[in-house]
Design a protein around this ligand. Structure first.
Ligand code: FES
Length: 102
């Protein structure tokens, strides 16, 4: 197995019970995760693993995601165009300023 160079963790709002109950799921986080995976494949971006997570504890800024190893935290990622902007910036090696949490 080849280890990925980069991980994208998308909040799936999962709680200890296993249910997705938080803001990110209610705002379509899992639909956006699927879109992101498809878009990464379409763009031929190699070495990236995308995973859903439990609540990232920034619910008021959801849907939320993190890109490692850069440690870029994104919030209010509510549309496919936001994902496009984040991936465009990632391909350029920089963060997408419009969604970056400070
Ligand atoms: S539900 Fe996504 S940060 Fe809490």
């Amino acid at each position: 197995m080849q280890k990925p160079k980069r991980h994208i963790f998308v909040c799936g709002s999962f709680r200890m019970s296993g249910e997705a109950q938080g803001v990110c799921a209610k705002k379509g986080g899992m639909r956006l995760l699927q879109y992101m995976e498809n878009e990464i494949a379409d763009r031929g971006m190699a070495g990236i693993s995308v995973s859903s997570t439990g609540c990232l504890k920034v619910c008021d800024r959801g849907p939320a995601m993190i890109i490692y190893p850069e440690n870029w935290w994104y919030g209010k990622v509510e549309s496919e165009s936001a994902i496009d902007e984040i991936l465009d910036a990632l391909e350029e090696g920089k963060p997408a300023g419009n969604y970056l949490m400070s």
